[in-house]
Design a protein around this ligand. Structure first.
Ligand SMILES: Cc1ncc(COP(=O)(O)O)c(C=O)c1O
Length: 471
């Protein structure tokens, strides 16, 4: 029996899973949850938790539908090599389904993709071919062109989510009807992002037949060309954006934006800060693109004068982005967590003592503790603090020298190896004055006029600062 919520029932619903065996049966039928805290004006805003799919994203649905469509059309059998070009969740969705159905899968991946994603794909049994990420369409090393070529040479099957009708069909036949049932047919708008266009096209197809009054709204990262297409039917030059999985520099062949009448452009900062709010205020750990969708949905909701019921998506989990958008240091480096600006070196310090972000050791800590902290936080030097006072700096070369000279060094206290020749500067020191210090291999310590430790300024902090200033 299908559980259909009424307004008096709890706001979380899950539909019974379909009849596929094992984990494949867990794809789709994801929960829909109503936001409780975030201000949505006169509207109710629901998010569909696609992060609950077993492969962790909305793309499990098309991993299943595209492989099953290829089976039904007899494009593949148990010996066929399946090939796709993907930098993200589609690869994971396909790899999950291929593993469970015992197919050989080869994924062509641009070399800028994170090591964690590649590891995940390989752990699922996919073969991974890395290719250049600095070349465009038409170049033989461009990931899409290379995948098509490998499939041709090997007699394999090129999935090609950008042109595969089973991609939008998955959303037309599963995602959209689930939303319709879960909202009990009381639905006014759906806010979608576009990667391949499968989600928005499939949902648009369903709504055209079932509920043409429901508005379809596009959430697009700043730099993508799609919002401009919706608003003015022009494709402008694309920029770049950090949010992953949505936004395009072209109109994908399967993507039908005709039913979309409204589009919002959301910049990276608003996307990432909105995703962080979603976790803090609603307890939902969502990926970067979900921040874009939610920011657009919130804007749409607040612009309404009548109460409406609006649905958007948590397309994947934020667990993949913990060391990026959920890390304050990374956010600060990108210029997104500006806090109070002082107009001096305090704005440059990557890990500030004032915000307790600085990582330190004490002189009595064993060297192994200091080394483990450096590895854990990805930093190459640590201030050594005795109480609130800086008494030294330990960097990677100090650790290396110590370990080479003495096999017991890792057990000995930091004070024996730290450098005590400290260079302290005041916050109002000019950045240019730091360069000769860096050249001498020194890391300046920033202290205020009372001598209070504010943090270190490293080369990498200065580089991040210059990038924020000039980009
Ligand atoms: C991470 C992520 N992947 C994929 C999609 C949807 O992509 P597609 O247009 O390919 O269906 C979204 C949509 O919001 C997304 O956020």
């Amino acid at each position: 029996m299908t559980a259909i919520p009424t307004s008096k029932e709890p706001s979380i619903t899950t539909l019974p899973s379909r009849s596929r065996p094992g984990v494949l049966g867990l794809i789709g039928n994801t929960p829909l949850v109503k936001l409780q805290v975030i201000d949505t004006g006169p509207c109710e805003l629901f998010v569909k938790l696609e992060s609950h799919n077993p492969g962790g994203s909305i793309k499990d649905r098309i991993g299943l539908s595209m492989i099953e469509a290829a089976e039904a059309a007899r494009h593949i059998d148990s010996r066929t090599l399946i090939v796709e070009a993907t930098a993200g969740n589609t690869g994971l969705g396909l790899a999950l389904v291929a593993a469970l159905k015992r197919y050989r899968l080869l994924l062509v991946i641009p070399d800028k993709m994170s090591q964690e994603k590649v590891t995940h794909l390989k752990a699922l049994g996919a073969e991974v071919v890395m290719t250049r990420s600095d070349v465009g369409k038409g170049h033989p090393q461009y990931y899409q062109d290379l995948a098509a070529e490998i499939a041709r040479k090997e007699g394999g099957y090129f999935v090609n989510q950008f042109e595969n009708p089973a991609n939008p069909l998955a959303h037309e036949t599963t995602t959209a009807p689930e939303i319709w049932t879960q909202t009990n047919g009381q639905l006014d708008a759906v806010v979608c992002g576009v990667g391949s266009g499968g989600t928005i096209t499939g949902i648009g197809n369903f709504l055209r037949r079932t509920a043409p009054h429901v508005e379809l709204v596009l959430a697009d990262p700043a730099g993508s060309v799609l919002a401009g297409w919706v608003k003015e039917r022009v494709l402008t030059d694309a920029g770049s954006w950090l949010v992953e999985g949505i936004g395009e520099d072209f109109l994908p062949p399967i993507c039908n934006l005709d039913p979309v009448k409204q589009a919002y452009t959301i910049d990276d900062e608003e996307s990432l800060l909105t995703a962080r709010r979603l976790l803090r205020e609603e307890g939902i750990l969502a990926g970067s693109s979900s921040g874009t969708l939610l920011a657009a949905a919130i804007r749409y909701c607040r612009e309404q004068t009548q109460p409406k019921r609006v649905v958007t998506f948590v397309c994947d989990s934020g667990s993949k982005y913990l060391s990026k958008m959920f890390d304050d240091g990374w956010m600060h480096d990108q210029g997104f967590l500006r806090g109070v600006q002082h107009g001096d070196l305090r704005d440059i310090i990557g890990r500030s003592a004032e915000t307790a972000a600085v990582v330190t050791v004490s002189p009595s800590d064993a060297l192994i503790v200091a080394f483990s902290r450096m590895k854990l936080y990805g930093i190459s030097q640590l201030p050594v603090l005795d109480g609130a006072r800086v008494v030294g700096i330990l960097d990677e070369s100090d650790v290396l020298l110590a370990a080479i000279k003495d096999s017991q060094a890792f057990r000995r206290p930091v004070r024996e190896f730290m450098s005590t020749a400290l260079i302290a500067v005041q916050p109002n020191t000019e950045v240019e004055e730091l360069l000769p210090l860096f050249d001498r291999g020194l890391v300046p310590i920033v202290r205020d006029t009372e001598g209070k430790f504010l943090g270190l300024v490293t080369r990498s902090d200065v580089l991040s600062f210059l990038r924020r200033k000039f980009q």
